[in-house]
Design a protein around this ligand. Sequence first.
Ligand SMILES: C[S@@+](CC[C@H](N)C(=O)[O-])C[C@H]1O[C@@H](n2cnc3c(N)ncnc32)[C@H](O)[C@@H]1O
Ligand code: SF4
Ligand code: SF4
Length: 335
Amino acid sequence: MRLVNQIKKIKKTINRRRLSTKLMGISPNLALHISPIKSIAIEASSACNIRCLCCPVGNKAVEGRNMSPGDFANILDLLPPHIKLLSFSHRGDPTMNPRFPEIVNLAFKRGLETDIYTNGLTLDKYITDLVESGLTSIRIDLDGASEHSYLNYRIGSNFERVKSNVRLLVEARSKSKEKFPKKIRIMCVVTAFNENEIPEIQSMEESLGVDEVLFKTAITNYGTKFYRDISLQKGIAPANKAYRRAKRPKNFICPALWRGAILYNGDLQICTADFEGEYVIGNILREKSFEKVFYGKKARSIREQIIKQNAPLCKTCAVIDKDHFMKGINRKFAH
Ligand SMILES: C[S@@+](CC[C@H](N)C(=O)[O-])C[C@H]1O[C@@H](n2cnc3c(N)ncnc32)[C@H](O)[C@@H]1O
Ligand code: SF4
Ligand code: SF4
């Protein structure tokens, strides 16, 4: 009976989302009331300690700043109840903020789910705090079976240290009572550097004791000013077309319209691919309201440009309306 109810609930959600997608072109605010956003990206830090080949953050196109736990607590007070998941992934790496386990714990105490994305390089500093923070899920980038292939993309990182940090986290979780984080996953962006190592990567990640490895299609033409320098993207796309990101369909309605990101200072952005703050719609800390900013005049006008796909960033962006993960090669591990 419980399963039947769950299936009914999922079907209802899918129908609402379909209706909402249809309505998005007519009235974005109505569409977002019918199917409200369920998760939002939180920028715990806009700084980074490595320089991934294609990323504007690591290449210093973004100013490195940290969100304070005080501001985060105020942000939590303003979030609407339909937001259930906070994803600590935007510009920068959350581990650059020395107080990020505290931030995760504040969210946990409010009953929210949390998902961290990190390059994992300095994770060893936070293992105990993270296991005690109540973190739901962590995704660590480890996309090479060898130091050479990994460092081709993750410039300035340390292959052995990241592997050791993953082991430390897995061990600490298994020794803990509550078993947080509930999911430890590896993120593997598939590029020309690692496309021939997929089986080796799967075995390596399994031997580290993680729960899952997710293979993601690479963005090779990100719509930022940085990415418009085509020379930096040369040679990244995999030769195997099955590993490349699909093209957008006609009448594309961007899934980013049901997401959003809150920057370290409380600025609210519509799009999580917006590294340069082109789609900032207001500051929720200054306005003391999420809704006022999210449904405001500026938001409406930017959403209209996104729907028509005539915003400059949308024209070169590689986000599609399908999953960016490759189900055929993703692996779940039972330990
Ligand atoms: C922009 S990062 C920010 C969070 C964190 N610093 C990190 O790298 O995990 C968010 C996600 O994008 C992934 N990523 C990096 N470069 C990418 C690319 N060219 N295409 C697709 N995803 C990419 C990262 O591996 C990470 O999983
Ligand atoms: S670790 Fe994340 S934020 Fe840092 S350069 Fe790489 S992709 Fe960008
Ligand atoms: S299409 Fe536009 S709104 Fe959608 S992710 Fe790309 S830049 Fe953002």
